[in-house]
Design a protein. Structure first.
Length: 284
């Protein structure tokens, strides 16, 4: 597993080169890939960037999926049209992972209607990504307050996501596992231990505000890992370690306090929290 810097998750405003330098300066081991930046790079500039990463002992984490598949067909088709070029840019740079999240419900589509739409659209996405040696990770969103806002509930557990992954052809689709949503879904280590390492594409870790009942927690108000001890993060990380997961692990705190810090302070706070979380793996 690598401690991965995703600047947008911690309120850091940085381009790809700046993110690489921040990751190196603060001790991160991998960095998020920007598909738009990488696809636009000329060959010589790309070689320079990859050499910069090698010299700083950094590898790529995952890229965000640059296709909006949750909304109307026109928006989906527009994004899908651009995907081959962006995927080719990621492949050229050596990126192998792409991730996105699923809405936990829909205002108009029933579960089955939504499932069919996701299967069809993500099948097309996964096919293009597979052609460029990219794996697609899908994150289930389980926050109860988020689910309750939508008329028709949708996938919000690992088991349900496994059904969707099974319906998508190609074999290059897996999970983005988030400790928050794993906790919100009342899942346990056993749910993770049932997965193979190649079925996990990326991982997010965080903590929850103290003193708020689980069913009243808000998705956009979280904490850095181990900030409160509400989430059983040791159980989560040790299960991933046991199955042999070896990909990026990212902080995703959605913290207002962190977002108000300057770039350097936010990175410093985050790497300290992440290193403390990884230290849990050394404890029995």
């Amino acid at each position: 597993m690598t401690i991965n810097l995703v600047c947008g998750n911690i309120g850091v405003n940085a381009n790809q080169l700046e993110a690489i330098e921040l990751a190196h300066a603060f001790g991160f081991e991998s960095v998020e890939a920007n598909p738009y930046y990488l696809a636009a790079l000329e060959e010589e500039k790309l070689k320079e960037l990859l050499e910069r990463m090698r010299s700083r002992n950094l590898v790529w984490g995952a890229a965000g999926l640059p296709v909006e598949f949750r909304q109307d067909e026109e928006k989906f088709r527009s994004g899908l049209k651009e995907l081959p070029g962006l995927a080719a840019g990621l492949e050229r740079a050596g990126v192998t992972r792409v991730g996105t999240w699923l809405s936990p419900g829909h205002r108009n589509l029933t579960y089955l209607e939504n499932f069919k739409q996701h299967t069809q659209r993500l099948n097309e996405v996964a096919t293009i990504l597979r052609d460029h040696k990219l794996r697609l990770g899908l994150e289930h969103v389980a926050t109860k307050t988020s689910r309750d806002r939508l008329k028709f509930p949708f996938i919000h557990t690992i088991a349900e996501m496994q059904e969707l992954i099974g319906a998508i052809a190609g074999g290059n689709v897996g999970h983005v596992l988030d400790s928050w949503h794993w906790w919100q879904a009342d899942e346990t280590a056993d749910d993770i231990l049932a997965l193979k390492p190649e079925e996990v594409v990326a991982v997010d870790i965080n903590d929850a505000p103290a003193g708020i009942a689980k069913e009243k927690q808000l998705d956009g108000q979280r904490e850095l890992p181990l900030a409160t001890g509400v989430l059983p993060l040791s159980e989560f990380l040790k299960a991933l370690n046991r199955i042999g997961y070896d990909g990026p692990v990212r902080a995703e705190p959605f913290s207002k306090k962190l977002n108000q810090m300057d770039n350097e302070q936010a990175c410093s706070e985050t790497i300290t929290a992440m290193q403390n979380a990884f230290d849990l793996l050394d404890k029995s």
